[in-house]
Design a protein around this ligand. Structure first.
Ligand SMILES: Nc1ncnc2c1ncn2[C@@H]1O[C@H](COP(=O)(O)OP(=O)(O)OP(=O)(O)O)[C@@H](O)[C@H]1O
Length: 201
């Protein structure tokens, strides 16, 4: 259970971002297309060169090899990468209950990755990320490819896991209604920084 802290983080047009996300807290991040949301998540995940630092509790990003950091501070990008031919090869055990909770066919574990729809891929990428037991989550538009029912199902599944596992979470979202449903706090990218927004009830 640790806080995720961004200290003077700068990448691309974003200058000196300071932010603390508490254990189990969901911070939504919005901003115009191209304003730098995905790049900011990639910097936090130590995938792109940046200045400033990120801490998870007492652990500094700069003291940990990138792959180990990303095992703890897990990015689920808008488009996930798949390395093996079948879905099941990406999991260490069958996530039967998770598949059901996410509205996926129980047999999806045995499917070739090539047959997945974009919405199935997105839900399986979330299942895969949580199965790896991260300590913090970075979600880049995790419901972008989903219909309304699946969106609400995934929101509720994520919220439960984030609370239970006390994961500090940054969730990139475009829609105000989604932000109102899931966020504890909301920041919007303005000029070269982030500005906290009032939460609507
Ligand atoms: N590796 C890179 N080097 C330089 N510029 C980049 C790099 N990756 C992305 N950009 C640029 O940085 C800007 C921000 O990109 P980013 O993908 O973070 O936007 P975004 O806010 O996530 O947008 P969207 O809502 O459309 O997904 C864009 O102008 C993009 O072209």
């Amino acid at each position: 259970m640790a806080t995720l802290t961004l200290k003077s983080l700068a990448i691309g047009g974003l200058k000196s971002i300071d932010l603390q996300v508490a254990a189990g807290e969901i911070v939504c991040l919005s901003g115009a297309s191209g304003s730098g949301k995905s790049r900011l998540l990639r910097a936090i995940a130590d995938l792109d060169r940046h200045s400033g630092n990120v801490h998870l509790g007492d652990t500094s990003q700069s003291d940990v090899p990138g792959h180990s950091w990303r095992g703890m501070v897990m990015l689920v990008p808008a488009e996930s990468a798949w390395w093996y031919d079948t879905v099941g090869e990406h999991f260490s055990e069958h996530p039967e209950e998770t598949l059901q909770q996410l509205g996926l066919d129980a047999d999806a574990f045995n499917w070739p990755v090539a047959r997945l729809s974009s919405g199935e891929k997105q839900r399986l990428a979330l299942a895969r990320a949580l199965a790896r037991k991260p300590a913090a989550l970075l979600l880049d538009e995790p419901t972008a490819n989903l219909d309304k029912d699946s969106t609400e199902r995934v929101e509720s599944w994520l919220r439960d896991r984030i609370r239970q596992q006390q994961l500090p979470t940054i969730w990139v979202a475009h829609h105000e209604d989604q932000i109102a449903r899931v966020a504890d706090r909301h920041f919007h990218i303005v000029d070269n920084g982030i500005e906290e927004q009032e939460m609507t009830a």
